[in-house]
Design a protein around this ligand. Structure first.
Ligand code: ADP
Length: 259
C-alpha cells in the first residue's frame, strides 16, 4: 500500500514558491541529468534548501540517479508530495508516478500538464528548484518559459562542435524567453586513461568556454569524463555527495551558480 504522506503545511499566503533554476542542453546525452543531480546535491551540501524536478518526461532518469527508483510519489490535497532522497534533495520524476520501464507516449498538451504537476507540488520549504529539462527546445521548455519564469538557466554541453551549435540554440531560446543565462558548463571535458594516466579529449577541449565567450554568457567550468561519475550515477549515489576530486568540481560549480 502507498504510504500515507505526512500532512505538509499548506503554503501560507505569504510563503513564496521556490525560485527555479532550469538546466538545459541543446542535445541529449551530454550529461544534463548527471549535471543537474550533482549540482542539486552540491547546493544542498552547501546549505541551500533545494528540490529537483525531472522534467525529462519521456526519458526520466532522476529517480535512478538519486537512488529512489523504488519509491512512488503520492498526492496530498490535490498536489504531489516530493519523494525524499538520502542526499538531502527531495525529487519528483515521472518515474515516481509510473511503473518501472513503462514507456510514456503522450502528446504535447498532456506533457505540459505533467510538468505543471511536478513543479506545483508540495515544495514547501525549498528555496530553489533545479529543473532537469529534456534536451532541445520543445513543448516542455515552452511551457516552462510561459508558465514558470525561471530565475536562471544553466546550459550543459560537451566540447564538441555539434553539441555547441545546439547549446547556442538553447541559450537563444532562454534569452528570447527573458531568462538570464547563469552560464555554460562543459561536461565530458578530458579523459584520464585509468591504465596509463594519459589525458585525452574524446570530444575536444575548451570549446564550451570559447562558445560562452562568443555568446557573451558566463562560463561556469568543466567536469571531466570520469568513469566514477557514470558508475555512481548508475548506482544512485551521486558523485557530489562523496569526497572524491569530482565532488570538489561539483562543489565549485555550485559555488559559481550561487554567486
Ligand atoms: P543527458 O541528460 O544530457 O541525456 P546523462 O546525464 O543521462 O545525459 O548522461 C549520459 C551518459 O553519460 C550517462 O550514462 C552518464 O552516466 C554519462 N555521463 C555524463 N556525464 C559524465 C561524466 N562527466 N563522466 C562520465 N560519464 C558521464
Amino acid at each position: 500500500a502507498a504510504p500515507v504522506p505526512a500532512p505538509s503545511a499548506p503554503a501560507s499566503p505569504g510563503s513564496r514558491p521556490p525560485r527555479i533554476l532550469a538546466v538545459g542542453s541543446g542535445k541529449g546525452g551530454v550529461g544534463k541529468s548527471t549535471l543537474s543531480v550533482n549540482l542539486a546535491v552540491a547546493l544542498a551540501r552547501a546549505g541551500c534548501k533545494v528540490g529537483l524536478v525531472d522534467a525529462d518526461i519521456y526519458g526520466p532518469s532522476q529517480a535512478r540517479l538519486l537512488g529512489t527508483e523504488d519509491r512512488r510519489a503520492v498526492a496530498h490535497e490535490g498536489r504531489l508530495v516530493p519523494v525524499q532522497s538520502e542526499w538531502g534533495v527531495p525529487v519528483l520524476s515521472m518515474a515516481h508516478l509510473s511503473k518501472p520501464g513503462q514507456a510514456i507516449a503522450w502528446r504535447g498538451p498532456k506533457i505540459a500538464g505533467a510538468l505543471v504537476q511536478l513543479v506545483e507540488a508540495h515544495w514547501d520549504g525549498a528555496e530553489l528548484l533545479v529543473i532537469d529539462l529534456p534536451p532541445g527546445t520543445g513543448d516542455v521548455q515552452l511551457t516552462m518559459l510561459q508558465r514558470f519564469k525561471p530565475a536562471g538557466a544553466v546550459i550543459v554541453s560537451t566540447p564538441q562542435d555539434l553539441a555547441l551549435m545546439d547549446a547556442a540554440r538553447a541559450v537563444d531560446m532562454f534569452e528570447k524567453g527573458g531568462v538570464p543565462i547563469v552560464g555554460v558548463v562543459e561536461n565530458m571535458a578530458g579523459y584520464a586513461c585509468p591504465h596509463c594516466g594519459e589525458v585525452s579529449d574524446p570530444f575536444g577541449a575548451g570549446g564550451a568556454e570559447a562558445a560562452a565567450r562568443e555568446m557573451e554568457v558566463p562560463f561556469l567550468g568543466r567536469i571531466p569524463l570520469d568513469i566514477a561519475i557514470r558508475r555512481e550515477g548508475d548506482a544512485g549515489t551521486p558523485t557530489a555527495a562523496g569526497n572524491g576530486p569530482q565532488a570538489e568540481a561539483f562543489a565549485d560549480l555550485a559555488r559559481r551558480v550561487r554567486d
